[in-house]
Every structure is written in structure tokens, then in C-alpha cells.
Write a new protein. Structure first.
Length: 158
């Protein structure tokens, strides 16, 4: 039914809680999709990862970002703003995944360029269902630039 990409889809998870990061990894793997999951535990590491991708001039380095709002050193708002400030990273879908349902947080994330803001559900089955729905939508339903397409496009403009 869905086209299977030649290489695994790269998902970057930025989450400081080891328990939540592990749960996300399990939920992602449970989908059965071919995924390359990169887990980053703090804001400084996240910025280093994306700065490297932005300066490589080879386009985006991932297909989807799952970003927790409240992470140490550099928070999710700042990471989102930095991702959106780089031309090579602007088109990467960034999904905010947070325990906060504060309307100010939600508004600030959308104003900074988040593609989606989701509250982490408390139940395990709801959490697995949410992750499966997110991947189904962003990797199958939504048409987004692939990493390969982005690399070709950026090399053509050189």
C-alpha cells in the first residue's frame, strides 16, 4: 500500500528523560517501519547535531524530529527556533512532544515554526497509538522533502 523507501527513515528524538526516550524508541520500533532512530538527551547535543547538518550543505539529515519542550541546557523552544533559522533545516517536520498542555507553550511553539504540538498521553497504549499515528501521517500521508531529494536540490543550486 505504501512505498517503502530504499533506506531507513531517520527519526531524531530529543528527550532528556531516559525512561521517556526508551519508551519512544520502543513505540517507534513497534511500528515495524525501517527506522534509523537517533536519540539526543540535551539541548547542547541537539544543537551540535543540527549545526553539523546545516553546515554540511547536503540538505537535511533526518526525516522527522520529535522534540521534547523541557530539556536541559537549551530548551525545546530554542532548539526549534535554531532549526527553523537554517535554510537547510527549515523543511524538516518538527513535532513537539511534551507533558505541558499550557496554551502559552502551544502558541509559542507554533509561532516558532513547529509543525505539530502533541501532549504526551499518560497511558501506555495511548502513547504507542499516538506515536504510530504520528509516523503514519508524517511518513506516509504528508508529502515532505526526503533527505535524498533535499541533497540533490542543494547540490543543484551550487
Amino acid at each position: 500500500m505504501f512505498e517503502t523507501p530504499a533506506e531507513p527513515r531517520r527519526i531524531v528524538v530529543i528527550e532528556d528523560s531516559p525512561a521517556d526516550a526508551n519508551l519512544l524508541r520502543i513505540a517507534l520500533e513497534k511500528t515495524g517501519l525501517r527506522l534509523d532512530i537517533q536519540i539526543i538527551a540535551d539541548g547542547m547535543q541537539a544543537l551540535a547535531y543540527f549545526e553539523s547538518a546545516a553546515t554540511a550543505q547536503t540538505g537535511v539529515d533526518c526525516d522527522l524530529v520529535l522534540l521534547d519542550l523541557n530539556i536541559p541546557i537549551i530548551n525545546g523552544f530554542e532548539i526549534l527556533e535554531r532549526i527553523r533559522s537554517h535554510p537547510n533545516l527549515k523543511k524538516v517536520p518538527v513535532i513537539m512532544l511534551s507533558g505541558s498542555s499550557n496554551n502559552d507553550d502551544v502558541q509559542r511553539c507554533y509561532q516558532a515554526g513547529a509543525n505539530c504540538y502533541l501532549c504526551k498521553p499518560s497511558g501506555l497504549s495511548e502513547f504507542f497509538s499516538l506515536v504510530a499515528q504520528v509516523l503514519d501521517y508524517w511518513l506516509h500521508c504528508a508529502k515532505i522533502p526526503s533527505r535524498a531529494t533535499a541533497k540533490v536540490s542543494s547540490s543543484r543550486s551550487s
